[in-house]
Design a binder for this molecule. Structure first.
Ligand code: FE2
Ligand code: FE2
Length: 285
């Protein structure tokens, strides 16, 4: 399929400064503690994940440094992800105040995923740069996930309509930028190693890691939340899963499979206009 670059926006680095009032509602998402903790798990998982994306791309600086256009795009990608993790991390403080003990999850996640598996793989598979290539491939796959989640979030307005305004602003801005930069790590991987097996291997690892850690984060935060009645957990879980399937299920089902096409490129999914429309009129500098 031909790549559609006609309406591709630049991945611009914007200055933002989201502020969350204190006290912030504890079950801020749809009055559903399980859905809230799934979103809270994203606040906790994204920052370290985005730092991983940055170092994974930077590990191949020698590959793109002589390609000024790609280098410019990578610099924008790094700038955007750097802003994302800083903004999400601001919410950790609020979760501390809510006695959700967020660092318990962050430490398990950090020590196993990044200090554990990632460090081990980069050291173990030094030959031919395989460890670094796997890390970049996982990054590319996770960028496919974030672009899919972003599209669903933007298209299904009811996902965010009951969110506190500033939380909605944060997630929508992040979603738009995920769409803007979705092809950048992909283009780096293509230049580094165009192997289909490498790209698909990255997707297998990313799929396992993403759902495992978001699930673990949701469970740990739910466990630490003393304002949830145990008898209500099944009801809230059912509602959360039903809504997730309705709102995210369609995009995930159709676009996940596209990644497995041999000639796949993120530009084949025509959703750049969603980011452009969403950011239009916003006064992020
Ligand atoms: Fe991001
Ligand atoms: Fe991203």
């Amino acid at each position: 399929m031909a790549e559609n670059n006609s309406n591709k926006p630049d991945a611009k680095i914007r200055k933002v400064n989201f502020k969350f009032e204190k006290p912030f509602p504890k079950h801020w998402y749809n009055d559903n503690p399980i859905a809230t903790h799934f979103m809270n798990a994203q606040h906790l998982a994204f920052p370290d994940g985005e730092k991983f994306f940055i170092r994974s791309v930077k590990a191949f600086a020698d590959t793109y440094k002589n390609d000024p256009e790609l280098k410019r795009r990578v610099d924008n990608f790094i700038g955007q992800e750097g802003t994302h993790f800083a903004e999400h991390q601001k919410f950790w403080d609020i979760m501390e105040d809510q006695n959700l003990q967020p660092m318990k999850f962050v430490n398990v996640y950090r020590n196993s995923a990044w200090e554990g598996i990632e460090k081990w793989a980069r050291k173990k598979f030094v030959k031919n740069n395989v460890g670094n290539k796997i890390a970049l491939s996982v990054t590319v796959a996770l960028e496919h996930y974030t672009a899919m989640l972003a599209e669903s979030g933007i298209l299904n307005e009811d996902i965010t309509e009951k969110m506190p305004e500033e939380m909605k602003n944060l997630f929508m801005w992040h979603a738009a930028e995920e769409i803007e930069h979705k092809s950048i790590p992909f283009d780096v991987l293509k230049k580094v190693d165009d192997s289909y097996a490498l790209r698909i291997g990255g997707m297998v690892l990313a799929t396992w890691g993403l759902w495992f850690y978001l699930g673990l984060g949701t469970v740990m935060l739910t466990h630490n939340d003393k304002d949830i009645k145990t008898k209500d957990i099944p009801k809230h879980t059912f509602t959360f899963l039903k809504n997730f399937r309705r709102t995210f299920g369609g995009t995930l089902a159709s676009q996940f499979g596209q990644y497995f096409k041999r000639d796949f490129h993120p530009d084949q999914i025509d959703n750049y206009h969603l980011a452009v429309e969403l950011l239009k009129g916003k006064n992020y500098a």
